[in-house]
Ligand binder design. Structure first.
Ligand SMILES: [Zn+2]
Length: 309
């Protein structure tokens, strides 16, 4: 999926213009996840959600039916000049999309992330790479989809709002991001016991996601925010926006063993829900994708780690 995105964007900015938009990529990714994972993936799509009114495109849960980790995802496509819409301001809610993404993630028990669609590759920073799996595509096209903690974006929006810097560094943010296959790698751990329901794999995914969140949160702490709760507030907005981390009050310099978290009741209900008549989402989003790794063994024969050839 990352490789396809990478090549599609390069074609779109080259001989086969124009490239698809973020919504098209999101729809295609959800389609491919359904096809690749078959019955292990449940997708609930909401028709009434207005993207203009909320800070996220979709939500992804990787779980074993009782525990798991969730991501609140905002997609951003790299422009031909290498820029992303990080500074998007929603007039209706008087807030940066980034602040709403973080606020909504807090409210839904998710990790707030940007999903970048890229047409360039880069050297993943050593400190970021240390926590990732090593699966790559020989032509670097696995860089087509990458994940970035929303706190890294929030830090730059804060600096811009407070006058510390004149502009957002898109290149810097892309370089901090990590190819999504290397964060969400679902290679089954050989030492995972047959009846453990993918616990070790889930823990590995959660640890990589936590490392991403910890890095973003630590960067945000270096900003002197003055009296402002969020970059939106510093820009005169009056949003309901909270600045908090999925990690809670855990010290950012202390890395502990991950403890898998129970799935929120809302997600358990969606797992049981009829996809044709889903309950209305409390916090709007276009889709919730739930990937069940608990019986991964039977259906994963076609995969070599997170990269399939
Ligand atoms: Zn992998």
């Amino acid at each position: 999926m990352a490789s396809d995105t990478y090549h599609w964007l390069r074609d779109g900015y080259g001989p086969h213009t124009p490239p698809p938009g973020e919504e098209t990529f999101t729809d295609v990714h959800i389609r491919h996840l359904r096809q690749a994972m078959c019955s292990r993936v449940k997708v609930i799509q909401f028709t009434k959600a207005q993207e203009s009114f909320n800070g996220a495109d979709w939500e992804l849960w990787i779980h074993n039916r009782s525990k798991g980790v969730g991501f609140r995802i905002q997609a951003k496509r790299e422009s031909v000049q290498g820029q992303y819409g990080f500074g998007y301001w929603l007039d209706e809610r008087q807030a940066y999309q980034c602040d709403l993404l973080i606020h909504d993630a807090q409210a839904t028990g998710c990790i707030p992330v940007y999903l970048l669609y890229n047409h360039e590759s880069w050297s993943v920073r050593k400190d970021v790479a240390a926590s990732l799996c090593g699966h790559t595509a020989p032509d670097h096209s696995h860089h087509g989809c990458s994940l970035l903690s929303a706190h890294h974006v929030q830090e730059q929006l804060f600096r811009k709002a407070l006058g510390d810097s004149r502009r957002i560094s898109h290149v810097q943010l892309r370089r901090i991001s990590a190819p999504w296959n290397q964060v969400l790698c679902d290679l089954k751990d050989k030492s995972d016991a047959p009846h453990s329901r993918g616990t070790l794999m889930l823990k590995a995914i959660q640890e990589r996601a936590e490392a991403m969140e910890r890095s973003g949160w630590a960067t945000l702490q270096k900003v002197d925010r003055g009296k402002f709760a969020s970059p939106s507030h510093a820009c005169g907005g009056t949003p309901e926006a909270s600045v908090g981390s999925w990690l809670g009050d855990e010290p950012t310099d202390e890395v502990r063993e991950s403890v898998l978290r129970p799935l929120p009741v809302r997600v358990l209900r969606l797992l049981e829900a009829n996809p044709l008549r889903p309950p209305e989402p409390e916090i709007p989003t276009r889709a919730v994708v739930m990937y069940d790794v608990s019986d991964a063994e039977q259906t994963m024969n076609n995969f070599v780690g997170c990269v399939r050839y």
